[in-house]
Ligand binder design. Sequence first.
Ligand code: NIG
Ligand code: FE
Length: 417
Amino acid sequence: MLITNLGMLVNTGHHQHPLRGAAMKAMACIPNAWVRVHEGRILGFGAMDTIDTSNTDEEVWDAQGEWCFPSWCDSHTHLVFAASREEEFVMKIGGKSYAEIAAAGGGILNSARKLRAMPEEELYEVAAQRLKELLLLGTGAIEIKSGYGLTTDSELKMLRVVKRLKQNIPIPVKATFLGAHALPEMFKEDKEGYLKLIEEEMLPAIANEGLADYIDVFCEKGFFSNEETARLIKKGAAFGLKARIHANQLSASGAVETAVANGAVSVDHLEVMDRAAINALAASTTIGTLLPTAAYFLRMDFQPARTLLDAGCAIALASDFNPGSSPSGNMNTVVSMSCIQMKMFPEEALHAATTNAAFAMELENEVGSIAEGKLANFFFTKPLSSLAYLPYAFGSNLISRVMLNGKWYSPLAISGE
Ligand code: NIG
Ligand code: FE
């Protein structure tokens, strides 16, 4: 299929490494462009005056000035959950903190109770419905974590749901095992017992069924320590799982340094950064993934994106979609919020949510930019006055249509399977 008369083809070309510094501000775009798609992948693209129309059998779609973007890459979500938690949302309005709610058995443990009670089939249905909604918001690759099971059976149940999503939903999905998300009630007085359960029962079972690509740990005061995090990263590696770590969300606890020293692919959150954490991240190949909608929802200070970018860190953006701290997987909102509240330039935010987020999922050869051989996963917008208009118009849905693997998706097609 040939798509002609695109007002703009955004973020073209292969990127060899995650982008940093000045490279984040440079975005290759082709005005008045075409793109050719074959068997679900990008076959070629260029300016309209370079087009070859010798193949007259080809299906042609005239985009009439619409803009074409590489799909959003959402490299951090907890999309599989049983129920929303708006009662905690109201408690927070009344003055309770995230940590207070968690300590009172709310938070992650609340989600774990609800998830254990939900049959796998139903859990799949609610998760698939959520994911289908995200496809129409432009998401074209996603990472999904476990961590609301906290028993072997329920962690496996979550990861099996992710596996079915991988099979049935037409975008790349990466699965992350987050057994160390919180200490379950049963192990309240026996943290060592829970760590052993993760190491000796959960990890072998997950590896045996090939259910995870990564291991994650919520490295934070009151959750899992730096030592425990390092220990679990090493154990995960023994089962072939690389690490991506929840770090520096609530405190500068040394989590970033620990994760970087242990070769994590990504450190995520980074609301509370000190000099040591910034330096460690900047000097590493680990990607720093910022989750601004979580900071927004918890009324915390936003991640210091400007400082991190200017220090030369490789920065990605993700939604953290989860019922407790970011009940939205809308990457358009994430990108807008990053420009408005964290002073990321539009090009930087776009690269962070496409190019670098693809690297954060090790999917840089499949998605993240418009390049030959990559998946034809795009979202299209109405003709825009400039690139900056996309994050600027934060309340508008500018997406007119979505293509995934070279196929069109409309709201109707997506509500079926
Ligand atoms: O990324 N920080 C830990 N985990 C989630 C929140 C989980 C929850 O509250 O359910 C997060 O923000
Ligand atoms: Fe998270």
